[in-house]
Design a protein around this ligand. Structure first.
Ligand code: NDP
Length: 271
């Protein structure tokens, strides 16, 4: 693995926490030059210093992915420092928890701004450089990007939109050696549910799940690197996800009911 990733220039958005942080640390351990992007500068600085003090190569660019000029700046700074890009991991993300009937449309806009438009902006400016190196473009999605997840309309819509974007970019560049991978972790123990927006746009502040029982960010990070090595197209990390992708083509109504019952069992479920 180290041979494959040594000296590769990898940009990771949402690298200040959770899955993105684990991805950044894992690429660095494998000899890559990592560029960390997110809004929380103290966390980015801490993680970058940690990587460097363990002998890794990294720097960070404070970036709000919902702002196009920030994403352009992220790519410019990367090129100035490392003269190219091999891999872009579009990981920055935000979730929500409210039924569509209750939710303020500003929540849906915010979800699209971060999860979808953030991916558009970073990819738009990075793609010419990734193509020069026949590199990899990644979207960190969710089972919510494969089947509608009740109480998460904006989240599902943003991930479906991300899939459409990345799939089309894959096809447009079929002859240019670009690898595009969509990876869908299961429920992973991170800050995502704490920051998830409720109907009026406030942060939920607590997780309805037993976080200690969930997938680890390190497991997801390891699969990002394995997925690149194996040139995966879509990588669903849970059996639930794999079965969803299969059964939605055969018995989609059954999958709807399964999701309805599963999500309605959550404490304080909005459905
Ligand atoms: P975290 O909340 O722990 O991390 C989210 C990351 O996104 C943070 O680094 C945050 O940084 C960053 N981020 C949020 N908004 C912005 C923004 N506007 N600009 C730049 N960065 C931003 O959650 P996860 O690690 O779980 O989430 C990572 C990805 O994994 C997401 O795309 C999520 O949809 C996906 N995922 C997560 C699952 C889970 O159960 N945890 C399951 C399936 C998919 P900062 O606040 O510093 O900007």
């Amino acid at each position: 693995m180290r041979k494959l990733f040594k000296d590769k220039v990898v940009i990771i958005t949402g690298a200040s926490s959770g899955i993105g942080e684990a991805i950044a640390r894992t690429f660095a351990l494998n000899g890559s030059k990592v560029v960390l992007a997110a809004r929380t500068e103290p966390r980015l600085s801490e993680i970058t210093n940690d990587i460097k003090s363990s002998g890794g190569e990294a720097f960070y660019v404070k970036t709000d992915v919902s702002i196009e000029s920030d994403c352009k700046n992220l790519i410019i700074k990367t090129i100035e420092k490392y003269s190219g890009i091999d891999i872009l991991v579009n990981n920055a993300g935000l979730s929500m928890r409210a039924s569509f009937i209750d939710v303020d449309t500003k929540v849906l806009h915010r979800l699209m701004d971060v999860n979808f438009w953030g991916t558009v902006y970073c990819t738009k400016y990075a793609l010419p450089y990734i193509l020069e190196r026949k590199g990899t473009l990644i979207g960190v999605s969710s089972v919510a990007g494969f089947h509608g997840l009740p109480g998460r309309t904006g989240y599902s819509a943003s991930k479906f939109a991300m899939h459409g974007l990345l799939e089309t970019i894959r096809i447009e560049n079929l002859k240019k050696g670009l690898h595009v991978m969509i990876i869908a972790p299961g429920f992973t123990s991170t800050e995502i549910r704490k920051h998830a927006l409720t109907a009026d746009g406030q942060e939920q502040g607590e997780s309805p799940l037993q976080e200690q029982d969930l997938m680890s960010p390190q497991y997801v990070a390891d699969w990002v690197l394995k997925g690149i090595r194996k040139k995966k197209r879509n990588k669903l990390l849970t059996w639930d996800g794999k079965l969803t992708a299969l059964f939605q083509r055969i018995v989609p109504d059954l999958v709807d009911w399964a999701y309805y019952y599963e999500m309605s069992k959550e404490p304080k479920s909005p459905i």
